[in-house]
Design a protein around this ligand. Structure first.
Ligand code: GLV
Ligand code: MN
Ligand code: MN
Ligand code: MN
Length: 400
């Protein structure tokens, strides 16, 4: 039987980002298409029936697709320069858990399926969990079709180039009705399990989180010919916003605010930018606190912009409320898995989107570096094996 780590090794040459380090696998790009093909082959070689839904999510069925299914899976796309485990670990563990259940002679009483959700990271079109949001009907399909990547290609155009029909995108009641339970296994994106000396945990909750684009507009001009006193440089208020975000989050108990992407236009060394876009990722345990922090920063940004003779426009690109995973299910799984510890997470997941519709749970596998969304993200093979066994026990429990 192939282990989860061996399956990960089989894709470790796909989407390698030589410039940034790590992996860059974005929805419908060459690497992600290759991963879709890889998954389809892996699933078919196990006799699973593979389909793609209208939202570009992949499904692999053990037996006939049916309702009240126990579904597991994750995603294969990555952030720019991401690690090898965020997403793929959940997919390979799902395949390995099915292998284990079959080797043990298990006969499921409910249909079992592995799902691979599209654009979980929002690395190309900006909205995370796009495939699961579309499926669940929590994003307007017209808005999704019109999302653009940094090269101006729309989601609809990219979908069409990948051989899919964008007009099919949107709430999918057939797919939704088929899901009885959803369980996502994921590498832990923090130090919880390291500190507890445990290989596997169960998720309790996800922080509320969203993305906001702050667009500062000023006057593009010559870096040498424009006196310092005569500038309307949007980079100034943009930089002050980055500092203000850190300070605002620092002043709270557990909020996080990150400016991970900043794009000056036109972006020349000897050019005062005409606009600067700053994307803020803000998260906290309470919806009101997250929104309050963003409102506060929007007010400050407005002040910084006026002081420089600039303007700022704030656009919400995505938002997800705080998620508390099904209390009965998570307790049940924790006790099934040798009193596995229960952990909250600051990371968003497709499981968080589906939790509003179906009993949903997550299992975390220890990450010895505590680092994620970076090449240092890791999970030891033995911990991956323990994760596969935990997932198999979970699926067996739910599908018996
Ligand atoms: C996705 O992993 C996110 O939480 O940003
Ligand atoms: Mn991620
Ligand atoms: Mn992930
Ligand atoms: Mn995620």
């Amino acid at each position: 039987m192939t282990t989860a780590s061996e399956l990960l090794v089989s894709i470790d040459d796909i989407g390698v980002d030589r410039a940034r380090g790590g992996f860059s696998r974005h929805v419908f790009d060459h690497a992600e298409q290759e991963l879709r093909e890889w998954f389809t082959e892996q699933a078919r070689s196990r006799g699973l029936q593979v389909t793609t839904d209208g939202n570009a999510n992949l499904w692999a069925w053990w037996g006939e697709p049916g309702t009240d299914a126990v579904v597991t899976g994750s995603h294969l796309d990555s952030v720019p320069g991401g690690g090898a485990f965020d997403g793929p670990l959940g997919v390979v563990s799902a395949l390995a858990a099915l292998d284990l259940l079959r080797a043990e002679g298990f006969t499921p009483r409910r249909p079992l399926a592995v799902a691979v959700f599209a654009e979980e990271e929002g690395g190309r079109f900006g909205v995370p969990c796009l495939g699961s949001r579309l499926l669940a009907g929590t994003i307007d399909p017209d808005r999704a079709r019109n999302l653009r990547d940094p090269d101006g290609v729309s989601f609809a155009e990219a979908m069409r180039s990948a051989g899919m029909a964008p007009e099919r995108a949107g709430r999918d009641d057939v797919a939704l009705d088929r899901i009885g339970h959803f369980v996502e296994l994921h590498v832990e994106q923090g130090r919880g399990l390291i500190d507890l000396h445990r290989p596997v945990g169960v998720a309790s909750s996800i922080l509320s989180h969203g993305r906001w684009r702050f667009r500062f507009s000023g006057q593009g001009n010559h870096a040498g010919a424009t006196p310092i006193t005569d500038r309307r440089d949007p980079m100034l208020p943009a930089s002050r916003l980055v500092l203000a975000a850190r300070e605002a989050a620092f002043g709270t108990e557990s909020a996080r605010a990150t400016a991970g992407r900043l794009v000056p236009t036109p972006g020349g060394t000897n050019v005062i930018a005409s606009t600067v876009d700053v994307w803020l990722d803000v998260r906290s345990p309470a919806d009101a606190a997250t929104r309050g922090l963003v409102d506060d920063l929007a007010g400050q940004a407005d002040g910084y912009a006026s002081e420089e003779g600039c303007r700022v426009e704030v656009t919400e690109e995505s938002y997800a409320d705080t998620v508390h995973f099904d209390a009965g299910l998570r307790e049940e799984l924790a006790s099934l898995l040798d009193d596995a510890p229960m952990l909250p997470t600051g990371a968003g997941h497709d499981a968080g989107i589906l939790a509003a519709h179906k009993p949903t749970a997550m299992l975390f596998v220890r990450n010895p570096t505590g680092v994620s969304h970076a090449p240092e993200e890791h999970a030891e093979s033995e911990d991956c094996d323990t994760g596969v066994v935990a997932l198999a026990r979970t699926l067996e429990h739910l599908a018996s």
